[in-house]
Design a protein around this ligand. Sequence first.
Ligand code: HEC
Length: 187
Amino acid sequence: MRNRFYLAGLLAALLLSAACSKQEESKPAPAVEKAAPAPVEEKAAAAVSEAKEAAEAVAEKAAQGVEHAKEQAHQAFKEVHEAAKEAHADVKTAAGQMVAEAASGGGEAIYSKSCAACHEAGIAGAPKTGDQSAWAARLEKGMEALVKNAINGYQGEAGMMPARGGNPALSDQEVEAAVHYMVEASR
Ligand code: HEC
């Protein structure tokens, strides 16, 4: 019987010691504490990289914004440039028309301004524009003579033709253009 107790005691002691050693094994406290800093560092690193990403995204957005503003400015500049080009073309066309009119005569405009006062209604002996019989004899003198008389003025039987129709600002070419207009309208 004693032997049995002894064995039981021994077994219990063995089991106890085994349990104890297991307990010791399962609580490596220092190891856990050592492992703890790692996740903190990881978290910090993650936070840093997250912040970096956010900063990069903001920078990218800002760059996009700048690019967009640049594009808009460029577009506006292009539109202004186009408008300026169109305006320039308009001015050029208008100027071209004026030059063309002045060069090829503009006879009618000059006539209306400086000659019509007398010649439109045939005032003071002026041969009426469009009156073929009033011009027939004069046309026989030839264009050159008519232009010369219109430029220098002349006293005829019918009345007094003032030099350049009384408008000294007119050039020889302008007077000539007006004469051409009158003559063409009176043939
Ligand atoms: C103040 C009135 C008056 C104005 C303005 C006037 N004329 Fe006359 N013009 C006359 C009279 C008058 C005659 C006719 C003179 C004559 O033959 O007795 C005449 C004659 C002419 C003749 C015919 C000349 C010839 O040799 O037979 C021509 C061409 C002419 N005018 C051109 C012009 C032109 C061009 C203008 C405008 C730039 C002009 N006249 C403005 C009064 C005018």
